[in-house]
Design a protein around this ligand. Structure first.
Ligand code: SF4
Length: 243
């Protein structure tokens, strides 16, 4: 059996319906990141790791997995509508991953702080903050490699519309050469109603759109600032920027 994801219109809880519609409209795909937040040093660390991850990856969200077994509809449906499930348990008992699997939820990435990162379990709520950061970064790298880079719809993007008397082809060449890197892609370049190749060969229209796609908020922000400078340096006008 297990829990079933309902079509949005069949979900009775209005707040859950609204959250699902809003987040998927904004981000395309979403990633659920949850922890057991148990009583030990590593149980506590697991909760803080999830907090740090969702601060860094904008389409990643902490949910309320404790709602799974009493089957509280709203929080359960929001979680089920996430496209990927990442679980961080404190110890090798992996209580949360097992709880989710028992409810029929596929867990895409599962971690136990002791087993996967070698931190011994201790009977205290205190933990090493530097170690927590180090593990956070490792899990973020994993999410990038195993989820976001494998599924471009799970990446985040900013869409630009620009205008100018003349938009030189050099602008797009620079854009691609300088701003495309391991974590950032420049996609969907459209110049009025013609293709990029047609534009280069024949004419110089005045309105263009393009998107920058990234796996990480920080990388996207860094590039956003530089791209706006490039637009200005080329005498172009930024008409609209949509996130
Ligand atoms: S996984 Fe370990 S730390 Fe987390 S709740 Fe279970 S026993 Fe506690």
């Amino acid at each position: 059996m297990g829990l079933k994801k309902k079509p949005v219109e069949e979900i009775k809880t209005e707040a859950a319906r609204n959250a699902i519609i809003k987040l998927h409209k904004k981000f395309g795909k979403t990633i659920s990141v949850n922890s057991c937040f148990g009583s030990s040093n590593i149980g506590q660390m697991s909760g803080f790791i999830s907090r740090e991850i969702v601060k860094e990856i904008p389409n990643a969200f902490m949910r309320c997995p404790i709602a799974i077994h009493p089957e509280v509809e709203g929080p359960v449906q929001v979680l089920l509508h996430d496209d990927y499930q990442v679980v961080i348990d404190g110890c090798k008992a992996r209580c949360l991953a097992k709880s989710m699997e028992k409810a029929g939820i596929k867990v895409d990435l599962s971690y136990a702080i002791d087993e996967d990162f070698g931190v011994p379990k201790e009977s205290t709520i205190e933990f090493d903050a530097d170690k927590m950061k180090e593990i956070t970064n490792k899990i973020i790298d994993d999410i990038k490699e195993k989820i976001i880079k494998m599924d471009k719809e799970a990446a985040i993007s900013v869409e630009y519309e620009i205008k100018g008397d003349i938009i030189e082809k050099n602008f797009f060449m620079k854009l691609i050469q300088e701003f495309k890197n391991e974590n950032v892609d420049i996609v969907d370049i459209h110049i009025q109603n013609t293709s990029l190749m047609g534009f280069w060969a024949t004419q110089q229209p005045t309105v263009a759109t393009f998107r920058i796609v990234s796996t990480m908020l920080k990388d996207l922000k860094d590039q956003e600032d530089k791209i706006e400078k490039l637009i200005e340096e080329n005498g172009l006008i930024l008409v609209e920027k949509k996130k």
